[in-house]
Design a protein around this ligand. Structure first.
Ligand SMILES: [Zn+2]
Length: 338
């Protein structure tokens, strides 16, 4: 190809070669038009903001981008290499001669032989479709979703272990396994996630199992369906919510609220007993042995001696509010006429 060739034929040539090359093989393309290579290069890992606006050859560029995108998805390598013009017929030369030529290229021509510094990310969406893009909001969301799915699977795995240890060898357990296995390849047993759910549900229904079915009560609550948990998510993400409240909610659902049990676990407090109960007992001159564990549930419930009054007051306030609303609005008759 001659360097006098305007971009249009050069771009057409690249597009045609890409269309004609199988996705199963790598492609080494030698091109003498720096302008064309620059045009293609700006699309590599460029993100969603690169536009074809004002491109006079937008249709050809679209074809090139589409072909390269398909090649990337299929894992086929595409090398577009700048060569000097008027050097015979490089495309007719044997492959090894071409490779030698590339090595002999001056440095300024090698920019297309090096990898771009821009990172691209690859992930599967909910439908199992593979995506490859530069950094974008969708990548961030996929990472967050991936992290959540990992945690969910970890919790389900713990439920499976709990089930195995508690019900696995009992008659109920063996019956469940037998029943699931008889469903064949579609059975819950064949699917790690579905079997985990099944274990959680069975443990929750079991009267003699008094611990969380999987890891923690918080995890179990967050995995429950139909609890409007999306509102918890949007509340945490809302910028209108005060930071302290936001932090407290996150601490609660991640089981890292700095209560006595947690502080004891990280070595910041000698005892895991409830400080409030201790204070109460000291005032009553009672022994402070065998204090209840200072868990979040404990300090929020009437189980904690010094919280008893506030919890009962809160309960009564809710009750009064409900009774008040029922009596005020229950018999309210609005005039619906315009
Ligand atoms: Zn207490």
């Amino acid at each position: 190809m001659s360097s006098n060739i305007p971009p249009l034929p050069t771009q057409t040539a690249i597009a045609r070669t890409l269309q004609a090359t199988s996705l199963a093989v790598d492609l080494l393309y030698l091109c003498d038009s720096e302008a064309t290579l620059n045009k293609v290069s700006q699309w590599i890992g460029s993100g969603p903001r690169t536009m074809l606006d004002g491109d006079t050859n937008a249709d050809i560029m679209t074809s090139i981008i589409e072909c390269v995108r398909e090649r990337v998805l299929k894992g086929a390598h595409t090398f577009l290499v700048k060569v000097k013009a008027h050097r015979g017929e490089p495309l007719n030369e044997r492959g090894d001669t071409q490779a030698e030529n590339i090595l002999k290229l001056p440095l300024e021509c090698r920019q297309w032989t090096t990898r771009t510094q821009r990172l691209t990310y690859e992930w599967h969406d909910n439908d199992g479709v593979n995506h490859v893009t530069a950094w974008a909001k969708t990548v961030r969301n996929s990472m967050i979703r991936g992290g959540a799915e990992f945690q969910r699977q970890k919790t389900l795995n713990q439920a499976k272990n709990n089930w195995k240890a508690f019900l696995g060898s009992t008659d109920i357990g063996l019956h469940t396994i037998g029943q699931a296995a008889s469903t064949g390849a579609q059975s819950d047993l064949m699917d790690s996630m579905r079997w985990g759910w099944s274990c959680i549900l069975q443990l929750q229904e079991e009267d003699n199992w008094e611990k969380p079915a999987a890891t923690t009560w918080a995890a179990e609550f967050l995995l429950r369906d139909c609890e409007s948990l999306e509102f918890l998510g949007s509340w945490i993400n809302s910028s209108d919510v005060h930071k302290a409240k936001n932090r407290r909610a996150k601490q609660v659902i991640t089981c890292s609220f700095p209560c006595g049990k947690w502080l004891h676990m990280i070595g910041a407090r000698a005892s895991l007993g409830c400080e409030l109960c201790k204070r109460e007992r000291n005032m009553d001159r009672k022994t402070t042995d065998a204090l209840p564990t200072e868990t979040l549930a404990h300090i929020q419930s009437a189980g904690c001696k010094s919280q008893k009054k506030s919890v009962i007051d809160a309960h009564n306030r809710c009750w009064k509010y409900l009774i008040g609303s029922i009596s005020t609005h229950g018999e309210l008759c609005r005039d619906k006429r315009p």
